[in-house]
Design a protein around this ligand. Structure first.
Ligand SMILES: [Zn+2]
Length: 245
């Protein structure tokens, strides 16, 4: 499924609190440089990233709307971080600290996750590839290993042909993505099946998360993985072909 995203931003009125904040921080960093004006926009982004540009005397900042409701001290910290980065100066530690602490707050982490889910661009190609159909394959594996009881998530091929990431399960979008590199005439079906089966096991054994997104394979997971009858053959093929240049 392809989620689209509106990239329109709302430019703040001249004379906004943000404009005077960016002007003030700019003048502290670059007291002798002429500033023609400042434009600050809050954008609907899928994460908390913000950016700033300097063009012919104009500053143009695009802030994630995660910060619209942030306390003034956090908005100020963000202004320092963006402007220091722009002019290659060291960001004062207190601003970095304040910014990080804000993004680590439980409710902020949760709202960023939520935004990611709602707006995140998830560009995947349809499950029916040129050589393999992931839906059909999923249902075969489902019957064979999960009593047909696993609810099917979104399935699709990655737009890129990654050899380093052959598959992943994206919990925020409830989607299994398989690298398009595997949708090839010289790729054994058992390899694609194995990669898909591995990702299906991530649905069966949800990982414990501690803020950091990573692939966790418990003992139990590994054991279930070895129940795939072509486990060895699939791994051998992957090792032989991924390292091939
Ligand atoms: Zn894994």
């Amino acid at each position: 499924m392809v989620h689209s995203e509106t990239m329109r931003g709302v430019a703040l009125e001249p004379g906004s609190a943000e404009e005077s904040l960016y002007t003030r921080v700019f003048q502290e960093l670059r007291p002798r440089t002429k500033l023609n004006g400042v434009v600050v926009r809050y954008r609907r982004l899928a994460n908390a990233s913000s950016s700033i540009q300097w063009k012919e005397g104009w500053l143009e900042a695009q802030l994630s709307d995660v910060f619209v409701a942030a306390p003034e001290s956090v908005k100020e910290a963000l202004a320092w971080i963006l402007l220091c980065k722009l002019f290659r100066k060291e960001t004062p530690a207190r601003h970095l600290d304040r910014y990080r602490r804000y993004l680590n707050r439980k409710e902020v982490v949760r709202s960023v996750e939520q935004l990611r889910r709602e707006r995140g661009k998830k560009r995947i190609l349809p499950a029916k590839g040129i050589y393999f159909d992931l839906v059909e394959m999923f249902e075969d594996l489902n019957l064979q290993f999960f009593f047909g009881l696993m609810a099917r998530p979104e399935l699709g091929w990655s737009p890129g042909r990654s050899r380093s990431i052959l598959g992943h399960y994206d919990a925020a979008h409830h989607t299994i993505v398989v690298s398009r590199w595997l949708d090839g005439g010289d790729v054994p079906r058992l390899v694609v099946e194995y990669v898909l089966y591995h990702e299906m096991l991530h649905l069966k054994f949800p990982e414990e998360r501690n803020g950091v997104r990573r692939c966790v394979h418990t003992e139990e997971f590994r054991k279930a993985e070895r129940e795939y009858p072509h486990y060895q053959a699939a791994n051998d093929w992957i090792i032989a072909n991924v390292s091939r240049r």
